[in-house]
Write a protein that binds this ligand. Structure first.
Ligand code: IPE
Ligand code: MG
Length: 228
C-alpha cells in the first residue's frame, strides 16, 4: 500500500493526512475481495524498515492503526472477514497489540476472507525467525537437518497458514518488492499501478485481477505443457 506520503504532498498536506486517507482504500479493497470470493488478502501496512521513519510519523501510524482496528471490527463481522497478523508483533505498542488481539479473537470464527495485516513485518525477518525455530528444533532432536525441505521450512514461517499469493499489487509505480513476502512471492504474478494507495478502489482491484487472468503461469515449464 504505497504512495500515501506523495498523495498528501500533492495536496499540500502533512504525510499523516495521506495515511488517514488510506483507510477508505483498505475498506473498499477488502470489501471488493470479499465480494469476489477472494480467500486471502494480505496488506503490507508497516515494515520493519518503517520504524526508521521520523518518530512523529511512526507514532501517528500506530495511533491510526489502533483506532482503525477498533472502528472496523463491526464491518469485518458483517463481511464475515477473519483478521490475522504477521510480523514481529511484540514490537508494536501495547495498546496496538491489545486491539489487534481483541479483533482477531472476535473474528476468529468467520469463514470468509482472511485479511492479514503485515505489521512490523519484513520477509527477511520472517525467514530468519523460521531459521531460529528450525535450529532450536534440531538442537532438541525434534527435526533432522537432512529432513528439512521446502514444505518443512514453510511450516516454520509465521505465515504458514496463508497460501503463496497468486497476485501482488503494488501501488504508486514503485518496481520493488521491498522485503514483502520474500519466500512466498517466488512465483507470484506482479501488478504495478501508478495510482497512489489512497486513490486505489475496487475498480482498480478489478483491473489488476483482469490483468492477472490474462497471464500464463508456467512455473518454469513451457507453454505447451501448461496448456495440454
Ligand atoms: C505507504 O505510503 C504507507 C506506509 C508505509 C505506512 P508511504 O508513506 O510510503 O508513501 P510515500 O511512498 O512516501 O508516497
Ligand atoms: Mg513509500
Amino acid at each position: 500500500m504505497d504512495g500515501n506520503g506523495r498523495w498528501a504532498k500533492s495536496k499540500g498536506a502533512a504525510r499523516i493526512f495521506g495515511h488517514k486517507n488510506a483507510i477508505s482504500a483498505v475498506r473498499d479493497v477488502t470489501e471488493g475481495c470479499a465480494e469476489l470470493g477472494v480467500q486471502y488478502l494480505t496488506l503490507y501496512a508497516f515494515s520493519t524498515e518503517n520504524w526508521s521513519r521520523p518518530q512523529t510519523e511512526v507514532k501517528g501510524l500506530m495511533q491510526l492503526l489502533v483506532h482503525t482496528i477498533k472502528n472496523e471490527i463491526k464491518t469485518l463481522q458483517k463481511n464475515n472477514v477473519k483478521l490475522n497478523a504477521i510480523g514481529e508483533l511484540s514490537t508494536l505498542p501495547n495498546n496496538c497489540q491489545n486491539e489487534l488481539q481483541e479483533a482477531m479473537d472476535q473474528t476468529k470464527a468467520n469463514t470468509g476472507l482472511t485479511l492479514t495485516l503485515a505489521l512490523s513485518y519484513s520477509g527477511r525477518w520472517e525467514i530468519v525467525d523460521a531459521v531460529k525455530r528450525i535450529a532450536a528444533a534440531a538442537v532438541k532432536n525434534e527435526i533432522k537437518p537432512e529432513e528439512i525441505d521446502s514444505d518443512i521450512f514453510r511450516s516454520f514461517l509465521m505465515s504458514k497458514d496463508i497460501p503463496d499469493p497468486e497476485l501482488l499489487i503494488r501501488t504508486s509505480g514503485e518496481m520493488r518488492v521491498s522485503n514483502f513476502l520474500m519466500w512466498q512471492l517466488a512465483y507470484t504474478e506482479i501488478y504495478i499501478t501508478p495510482k497512489l494507495w489512497p486513490d486505489f478502489r475496487k475498480v482498480d482491484l478489478h483491473q489488476a485481477i483482469e490483468s492477472y487472468q490474462n497471464r500464463e503461469r508456467r512455473f518454469g515449464r513451457i507453454s505447451e505443457q501448461v496448456n495440454s
